[in-house]
Design a protein around this ligand. Structure first.
Ligand code: ATP
Length: 199
């Protein structure tokens, strides 16, 4: 599995549609300060489901949408497409090539798609979670992040290890199931109360 291409449209400083082809092996992005190198990495994290505006170096999520320059008006939406070569079947989907896309409108909300089919954020997260590209994005090491790992609490460090070992996905599912059980229990109690009232 390798990342094959990345297309940015209206994402941060990339107002026009820009596609980067990525070959297997090492890819370097070079350019002067402020030219948008880190924006490319932000786009990668964003399309894979990143939810934290701070992780994307912004104050709020809409900051990822091209905000305009003196010569060009702001845009109403940001879109990123990531194509992954899945010839080795590393991703649990029956396609040799997988394109994940995320679109965000200034009015709010994100839309996700896998190979052109609209899907939920959860579907994107689940697709990627066994590939080593987990929802916590530990594959993307930003500037200053190593300090963060060194200063992490034991709980946070356990989170990193769980993510790497693929346990986190099951923990999240367990938490979701427990929440459903709790809601069900509350409903049962309500039904019992009503039955008692009717007797
Ligand atoms: P450095 O080498 O200094 O780390 P860089 O090449 O990584 O720089 P980035 O941080 O990726 O540069 O890009 C910063 C540029 O992106 C700034 O010029 C900033 O104005 C621009 N930018 C960020 N968000 C937006 C946005 N929403 N709309 C337009 N431009 C944006």
């Amino acid at each position: 599995m390798h990342l094959k291409s990345l297309t940015l449209r209206g994402f941060k400083s990339f107002a026009s549609s820009t596609t980067m082809r990525l070959e297997p092996g090492i890819t370097c992005v070079v350019g002067p300060n402020g030219s948008g190198k880190s924006n490319v990495v932000d786009a990668l994290a964003w399309v894979m489901g990143e939810q934290g505006a701070k992780s994307l170096r912004g104050g709020k999520m809409e900051d990822v949408i091209f905000a305009g320059t003196t010569g060009r008006a702001a845009l109403g939406r940001a879109e990123v497409e990531l194509t992954i070569d899945n010839a080795d079947g590393a991703l649990p989907i029956e396609y040799a090539e997988v394109t994940i896309s995320r679109t965000m409108f200034r009015s709010g909300g994100s839309e996700y798609a896998i190979n052109g089919q609209n899907c939920r954020l959860l579907d994107v997260q689940e697709l990627l979670s066994d590939s080593g590209i987990g929802r916590e994005m530990h594959v993307i090491v930003g500037q200053g992040q190593l300090d963060q790992v060194l200063a992490a609490t034991p709980e946070e460090r356990r989170g990193f290890i769980e993510e790497a070992a693929g346990v986190l996905k099951h923990r999240k599912r367990k938490e979701k199931a427990l929440r459903k059980l709790e809601a069900m229990q509350a409903n049962l109690t309500r039904v019992e109360d009503l039955t008692a009232e009717l007797r």
